[in-house]
Design a protein around this ligand. Structure first.
Ligand SMILES: Cc1cc2nc3c(=O)[nH]c(=O)nc-3n(C[C@H](O)[C@H](O)[C@H](O)COP(=O)(O)OP(=O)(O)OC[C@H]3O[C@@H](n4cnc5c(N)ncnc54)[C@H](O)[C@@H]3O)c2cc1C
Length: 376
């Protein structure tokens, strides 16, 4: 281990979940680690998301396996850093026969292991404390965990500081990197290797790589609803999500569902809306979201999108929709071609970006793999 005021074995740029995951993996190898971020604390995608570590629905193959591995690391980190796991598992509700057929196809794959496909009636019976609408069937997955991202990110940062001696240089912008020399707004830092985890900053470091990879931004609208009287045992999703998540959207039967949704919910599809509903420690619900793609963040939250999100919520949860108590937008790096990538723009640098809405679910496994490969 080697750490002085301006040098360390490893520098990580970015203290979102991807940066923290790379820092953890390097610290576990016994490396001295410094994290540099322009913000005072994490304020990007990593604290604006659902805190939902999703397995079921992730793209079949390597990405799904990464999510499983990341979930195991999340479980260990949550225990060590005293981060409450607020609920576990997922109920993927099929409101239509076409959606139910996709869930059946899912159950026939290896990804269905450990999951259960219940009839809508059986599910309602086992969830009698929640006022639910009628469903064709419900896939119940045990794999997921949910944390509160607003507190989890800072808890991980404190834990990395206290237990592994990770140093944080905040309010510090990285302007350039060359041969392990990192030039910032607060001087120059030196390390053996630099992991660049800039999220959706497309223009500061390696803009050419970002452009070649076709990376743009996705802007999402999110809501917090007042605590209902019921307690959610797990996260809820519905038919629209089957089109958005590649673990379902590449299965037989998806075309029929897509056609049905286009006929019945074209406004939701145009706004990229699907439903995720999760619950926080105080009982309030985090509900979303919409997806709009472009180079720039769209800072304006529209009431139209909000109503569409609430409409989908009401199609799953019967009774009066709880009032909206908070609204926010978030952005993440997005690419149509890949879920994530790592590039080596120079021998001492790894640029590591999750380009899908799954960084919270996969960061710890991606960090582990990228750091291990870099030190091999
Ligand atoms: C609304 C919303 C909901 C989501 N829901 C989920 C979900 O439920 N499950 C899931 O798995 N994923 C979800 N995601 C996706 C997930 O949040 C992201 O994939 C993940 O947070 C990306 O992490 P990151 O560390 O790359 O980016 P960020 O959290 O944005 O962090 C990047 C950091 O890099 C810093 N930085 C960049 N460039 C520089 C520089 N030059 N100098 C200094 N600092 C720099 C920034 O200041 C920032 O702090 C969601 C995203 C959003 C927006």
């Amino acid at each position: 281990m080697n750490a002085s005021d301006h040098s360390s074995d490893v520098i990580v740029v970015g203290m979102g979940i991807i940066g923290l995951a790379h820092a953890l993996a390097a610290a576990k190898l016994g490396k001295s680690v410094r994290i540099i971020d322009r913000q005072p604390h994490s304020v990007g995608a990593s604290v604006r998301n659902f805190g939902f570590v999703t397995i079921t629905g992730q793209e079949r193959g390597d990405f799904w396996s990464l999510a499983l591995r990341a979930r195991d690391i999340w479980t260990d980190v949550a225990e060590a850093a005293q981060i409450p796991i607020l609920h576990r598992g997922l109920a993927m509700v099929a409101r239509r026969q076409e959606a139910s057929a996709v869930l059946e196809a899912f159950m026939a794959t290896e990804m269905g292991e450990g999951c259960e496909l219940l009839t809508g009636e059986a599910f309602k019976k086992s969830h009698s404390s929640i006022d639910l609408n009628r469903f064709e069937s419900v896939l119940v997955s045990p794999h997921e965990v949910r944390v509160e991202p607003r507190t989890a990110l800072s808890a991980i940062a404190s834990w990395l500081k206290c237990v592994f001696g990770v140093r944080f240089e905040t309010l510090t912008s990285v302007h350039a990197i060359e041969g392990g020399k990192v030039t910032t707004s607060r001087g120059v830092f030196q390390s053996e290797i630099v992991f660049v985890c800039p999220g959706d900053d497309l223009s500061t470091l390696y803009p050419d790589v970002m452009a070649q990879r076709g990376v743009t931004r996705c802007t999402l609208q999110m809501l917090r609803l007042a605590a209902p009287i019921y307690k959610l045992p797990h996260a809820f999703m519905s038919d629209l999500g089957l089109l958005r998540y590649r673990g379902y959207s590449q299965l037989p039967g998806i075309e029929a569902l897509a056609a049905k949704l286009q006929a019945e919910q074209s406004a939701h599809l145009a706004a990229g809306i699907h439903l995720i509903a999760v619950q926080s420690g105080d009982g309030s619900l985090v509900v979303g979201d919409s997806h709009v793609y472009g180079q720039a963040e769209n800072p304006f939250a529209t009431i139209d999108f909000e109503n569409l999100i609430l409409d989908e919520f009401a199609s799953v949860f019967a009774g009066k929709v709880p009032s909206v108590i908070e609204r926010w937008v978030g952005t993440y790096a997005s690419s149509p071609d890949q879920q994530w990538f790592v590039e080596t723009p120079e021998p001492e640098v790894r640029l590591s970006v999750v380009t899908s809405g799954a960084g919270m679910s996969t960061a710890f496994a991606i960090g582990e793999r990228v750091v291990r490969d870099a030190f091999q």
